[in-house]
Design a protein around this ligand. Structure first.
Ligand SMILES: C[S@@+](CC[C@H](N)C(=O)[O-])C[C@H]1O[C@@H](n2cnc3c(N)ncnc32)[C@H](O)[C@@H]1O
Length: 261
């Protein structure tokens, strides 16, 4: 079953893909040329993925999915956006990498994917798009093999309190609707329609995984960003970003590793 807010996001993400493909924050050409878009946190945490079946939820146009395949994983990427999956399939061919991509809301994946994975992975800019975090936990648990590992590295929910004009409550409930939102890479470009975000606290995220039967194995919190969070933030050279004053006094990135015992 899909969700009407998710369908609005599908339409918004369909428009954003072509604004992102050639943007320097996405390393599309590097990946096509044999490179790798994965960052230190996920590489260090997941380690050797050779021969592992990996499901990448909310994979956008598959740069990280293709990068995991280059590290030896057998990969499947899922994204709600039609255009993302179209581009992911083009990039995989140009990169000459084996990967399977499925267009689906992760809440409607039952109809399209019925197998389990050694690793379920999700990264950088995902939980905010999900209307129901408990249901997300169940999706993650369903697709993990017994003994399998889930890893998410994403925006820390506390970061929303420090984002200047866009700041809001850590505990905000319900949909956060943006009408004709600006694209986060091409900030002069407005998207037709609406997109809908949701705030989930750290306890919401951890409890969703625990209630779905997973064991939390590790939680990480980081004092730097994975994108230019506000004006003045600078890229450090490792694809993470520092605030103008240096390491932040609040967490910007959250990671969670969970295991299906
Ligand atoms: C910021 S991008 C994630 C980028 C990711 N770090 C990567 O691998 O490049 C968020 C993605 O989530 C997808 N998305 C949003 N809601 C979704 C849903 N309900 N089911 C599946 N994908 C969804 C969007 O289409 C978009 O491609």
């Amino acid at each position: 079953m899909s969700n009407s807010d998710h369908e609005k996001n599908r339409a918004a993400w369909n428009q954003m893909v072509d604004l992102h493909i050639n943007h320097p924050e996405y390393r599309t050409q590097e990946v096509i040329d044999g490179g790798n878009s994965l960052k230190r946190i996920e590489l260090e945490t997941l380690g050797d993925v050779t021969g592992k079946k990996l499901l990448h939820l909310m994979c956008q146009f598959g740069l990280d999915t293709i990068s995991w395949a280059r590290h030896g994983a057998i990969v499947t990427g899922v994204d709600i956006s039609d255009r993302s999956i179209e581009v992911a399939n083009e990039i995989k061919q140009r990169a000459d990498v084996k990967a399977r991509f499925i267009r689906s809301d992760i809440f409607a994946l039952d109809d399209k994917l019925n197998e389990q994975f050694d690793i379920v992975f999700q990264s950088y800019g995902t939980h905010i798009w999900l209307a129901d975090i408990k249901r997300w936990g169940q999706v993650v648990a369903k697709y993990l093999k017994p003994g399998g590992t889930f890893f998410i590295v994403d925006e820390h929910p506390a970061n929303v309190m420090f984002m200047g004009d866009d700041s809001h409550s850590y505990f905000k409930k319900g949909p956060i609707v943006s009408v004709n939102p600006t694209d986060y890479c091409e900030t002069e470009t407005r998207i037709d329609g609406e997109h809908v975000e949701f705030q989930h606290t750290v306890s919401d995220i951890l409890n969703a995984l625990i209630e779905a039967g997973l064991r939390i194995a590790h939680v990480g919190e980081y004092d730097f960003g994975y994108y230019k969070v506000c004006e003045g933030w600078t890229e450090r050279g490792d694809h993470y970003w520092d605030a103008p004053e240096g390491p932040t006094i609040y967490p910007v990135i959250l990671s969670v590793k969970a295991v299906k015992d």
